[in-house]
Design a protein around this ligand. Structure first.
Ligand code: NDP
Length: 485
């Protein structure tokens, strides 16, 4: 029998007000139903926001140290359930067990990091022009915040929004992606088990198209943090700007690697392949363009194609499989359509469709696909495909390589493979990306440092590390004068 899961509102697990439900399925085998979830409507969101508003005064007045204790317990609880959460993630979004365990461990690290925020400085004392005045800055929470998250990192992304939001004294309405509601439920349970007071974290599952507007436009909401597509992100920005509330958007990427002739070829090959085909290319920081210098192009392209052809395709639950399915029928259709369009724009070097055989019939599989000599203006070079598709581009020198790398509307992540310190310095200063790697994979982040994109990849705020404080708090500047003249 299919297990039923509910929303968490004001400390109670409740069905959607209208009783509607939807199913989450396993992308590796669509006959496997993960569970049934509340298909929430606007009424459920209003209740969740109301609960968050009611819980706010007590939570924001609690000491940051005490709030941190709850986050520390959440870290311990998540760590003790690493296998359970990892398995749930593989079953629901398809990634490999190794990646799912790694992501869950990242969630633990994030909870730990923000648990310690309670004892870090939140302001500064600044000398006044007037010797009788003391000036200091402090920070206060925004209030009720909406967190809208995607399916590709269904634990790490919610936690990197939830943990700082809570650490700085905000209360939360959390809406996970429709493709991964079970992971959302597991995070809410972990926070509940860690002792989060009723109403401080509210979980509402269901369609973003249905409830998204209320999550931003409701007058009790003071901020919204979103990760997902540019189309939805822009809509959220307009709604938030109309209300004058704070918003934070992390969106798409078209991340390049530049491969210089003097690089460690083995390292560049391994990390380009991993960046392009890890989790079937469904990371916002995945490598989607490889810009190869002329003199290394033929050799590097041939080796990439050989290795991509040798990648094993299969369900993420089988540890050795390198290329799992994509997350949903919709993503599957969209990626295959982008590949078909690509075939009219550039030379298909390998892959290019669905793998043959019964083993793949019930899952959303796509062969690792590489296109060669991709023109700079083509959709293959410009559009985010979010699947196992890599575009190879040719450059005559570093200047042209950097111009190609920067010639897109996105600016999330980039890497270069070289041993030349002069080239590295030039690239680091000219590349338009929020995450700049040298001899590294474009994907892969550490939680204690800022993360976010330039250009259309973000709304230009940063997440993770201490940068999260900038979004989830407001600054107060206090001028303190002695009484009496
Ligand atoms: P979306 O932007 O549609 O979804 C992200 C989140 O926003 C989900 O929780 C979604 O809910 C919610 N949402 C959807 N519509 C609205 C709305 N009108 N108002 C408020 N929230 C809404 O991304 P998709 O999952 O559809 O993926 C589409 C493409 O987006 C991908 O192919 C990729 O290019 C990009 N993407 C980028 C990500 C990144 O990390 N930068 C992550 C995921 C996707 P629901 O799931 O219910 O629709």
């Amino acid at each position: 029998m299919t297990e039923a899961f509910r929303n968490l509102i004001d400390g109670c697990w409740a069905a959607a007000a209208n009783g509607a439900t939807f199913r989450s399925i396993n992308p590796a085998d669509t006959r496997d139903v993960v569970g049934e979830f509340a298909a929430s409507g606007v009424e459920d969101v209003r209740q969740a926001i109301g609960a968050a508003r009611k819980a706010l005064p007590k939570w924001r007045n609690m000491s940051a140290w005490a709030r941190g204790e709850i986050l520390r317990k959440a870290a311990d609880t998540l760590e003790s359930r690493l296998d359970e959460v990892g398995h749930a993630m593989v079953r629901e979004n398809g990634k490999t067990m190794a990646e799912a365990r790694g992501e869950t461990a990242r969630g633990v690290a994030l909870f730990r990091y923000y648990a310690a925020e309670g004892v870090r400085s939140i302001g500064e004392v600044v000398p006044s022009i007037n010797p009788r005045t003391m000036i200091y800055t402090t920070r206060v929470p925004l209030g009720v915040v909406s967190l809208v998250t995607p399916w590709n990192f269904p634990v790490a992304i919610p936690v990197w929004k939830l943990a700082p939001a809570l650490a700085y004294g905000n209360t939360v309405v959390f809406k996970p992606a429709t493709a991964t509601p079970h992971c959302g439920v597991l995070i809410a349970r972990i926070l509940e088990d860690a002792g989060i007071p009723p109403g401080v974290v509210n979980l509402v599952t269901g369609s973003g198209g249905e409830v998204g507007e209320e999550l931003v436009k409701n007058e009790s909401v003071h901020g919204v943090s979103f990760t997902g597509s540019n189309v939805v992100g822009r809509r959220i920005a307009v709604w938030a700007a109309e209300r004058g509330i704070k918003f934070q958007l992390e969106m798409g990427g078209k991340n390049p690697v530049i491969v210089m002739p003097d690089c460690d070829v083995e390292q560049a090959l391994t990390l380009t392949l991993r960046g392009a085909f890890g989790y079937a290319g469904q990371k916002c920081t995945a490598t989607s363009r490889a810009i190869l210098l002329d003199s290394i192009y033929d050799l590097f392209a041939a080796k990439l194609v050989e290795r991509a052809g040798a990648l094993k395709i299969g369900p993420g639950i089988d540890e050795p499989n390198a290329l799992p399915p994509v997350v949903s029928a919709e993503q599957h259709r969209g990626i295959l359509a982008a590949i078909e369009k690509g075939k009219t724009e550039a030379k298909l070097l390998c892959g290019g469709g669905v793998p043959p055989g019964d083993a793949y019939r019930n899952g959303f599989y796509i062969k690792p696909t590489i296109f060669g000599d991709v023109p700079a203006a083509s959709s293959l070079a410009q559009e985010e495909i979010f699947g196992p598709v890599l575009a190879l581009m040719r450059a005559k020198d570093l200047d042209e390589a950097i111009a190609l790398a920067n010639g897109v509307r996105y600016g999330l992540s980039a890497s270069i493979f070289t041993r030349d310190i002069g080239v590295i310095q030039e690239y680091c200063s000219r590349i338009e990306a929020g995450v700049v790697k040298v001899n590294g994979e474009t994907a892969g982040l550490e939680p204690q440092v800022p993360f976010g994109g330039m250009k259309e990849s973000s709304s230009h705020s940063r997440e993770q590390g201490r940068a999260a404080m900038e979004f989830f708090t407001s600054i107060k500047t206090v001028y303190l004068d002695r009484a009496g003249m």
